[in-house]
Design a protein around this ligand. Structure first.
Ligand SMILES: [Zn+2]
Length: 357
């Protein structure tokens, strides 16, 4: 009888319809019930109210208890008992957070030790670092630029990309264990963030490298934006986030970054290798590419935990190293770009007839 009193929406039908406006009867036959049936049901309702109330209180207690578990009393669990949607890297044997469908609990877990602690902090601190660096750059006196507003917007695009990438990343790693739906949404943001970082990195580099030939600069910018948007579109597919597509993911973003090879060759051919390595900052760009590609390879191959399963659960697993290399790569890129900016400032805004710089 008790079960009959609860409809499919979990609404208590014993309560009078007027008193509970948010519960709507789904059954079409409900209005056709005759009076005797109504009376009978109200009698039964009275009889069933006490156990129902008790059940309700018990449910509330249970919810409170479960909430407390999420809030701070959870323990890390081994990989093999994780639900499928949380199973990402089977070389990390222990130290995983359990599913915790509470944002509060997820954010509190930033201060606990588990497989995601390093992933969260590497990009949380990286994000704060680039935020400070970006603000310092934006508030630099205008007299240290040739075209202050334009240059600040152009370099600001790099900082915007870096801050978006790093903040989407630490947020994703924080709420990853919330629930399947939340982890899916934030993983898409995380991947899109990488594309934003790559697109943002191209803007000041192309601007200063092709300062005196705006046409190729513009064409390369359009190409990287189209490729970046394509990468973001692919990231929105559910299959893209699955463990089987790990190498494909690494390949998509390395490919997007390597699209910079074309403008690099263009620059080297037109300006010569010596100018490219000195004024063009190719050395720094090469170091940046090496850091990113090394990070992507470690990520795709899951090195070192592949060789030491269970030994890198908390510290130094591939994803953490990849995060550190991304922050290092972004900083090296910024260093190269700020050297280009400095050259532009000392050379002045004028252009010679044949050069691109
Ligand atoms: Zn990550």
């Amino acid at each position: 009888q008790l079960q009959l009193k609860i409809n499919r929406n979990g609404c208590d039908q014993n309560k009078k319809p007027n008193s509970v406006p948010e519960c709507h009867e789904e059954d079409d036959r409900g209005e056709e019930r005759d009076q005797s049936e109504d009376e009978r049901s109200s009698d039964e309702g009275f009889m069933a109210r006490t156990p129902l109330l008790q059940a309700h209180h018990a449910m509330e207690k249970m919810e409170e208890f479960v909430h407390k578990m999420w809030e701070g009393r959870w323990r890390v669990i081994p990989h093999d008992v994780l639900p499928d949607w949380l199973k990402d890297n089977d070389f990390l044997l222990h130290g995983h957070r359990p599913p915790m469908p509470s944002f509060r609990a997820c954010f509190k877990s930033i201060f606990r030790i588990h497989t995601e602690t390093g992933n969260i902090w590497t990009h949380l601190l990286g994000c704060l670092f680039f935020l400070c660096l970006g603000l310092m750059y934006m508030f630099r006196p205008n007299m240290s630029f040739v075209a202050p507003l334009q240059e600040k917007v152009v370099i600001g695009m790099f900082f915007l990309g870096a801050i978006l990438c790093l903040s989407f990343s630490w947020l994703f790693h924080t709420v990853y264990c919330h629930s399947e739906g939340v982890s899916r949404i934030f993983s898409k943001l995380d991947y899109s963030g990488i594309a934003f970082l790559i697109m943002g990195s191209f803007v000041p580099w192309l601007y200063y490298s092709f300062y005196c030939s705006p046409q190729p600069c513009f064409i390369y910018l359009i190409i990287v934006c189209v490729l970046g948007l394509a990468a973001i579109t692919v990231s929105q597919c559910d299959f893209f986030a699955t463990p089987q597509y790990r190498a494909v993911r690494a390949g998509v973003f390395v490919g997007l970054g390597l699209s910079g090879v074309v403008p690099t060759l263009h620059f080297v051919i037109s300006e010569g290798l010596i100018k490219a390595t000195t004024i063009g900052q190719m050395g720094w760009l090469f170091l940046m590419a090496t850091l990113y590609i090394t990070g992507a390879c470690l990520y795709a191959a899951r090195i070192p935990e592949r060789f030491f399963p269970g030994k890198c659960d908390i510290w130094f697993h591939s994803h953490q190293l990849f995060h550190i290399l991304v922050v290092a790569g972004a900083f090296v890129h910024f260093h190269g770009v700020s050297n280009l900016q400095e050259f532009r400032y000392t050379a002045g805004g004028g252009c010679t007839e044949d050069g691109m710089l």
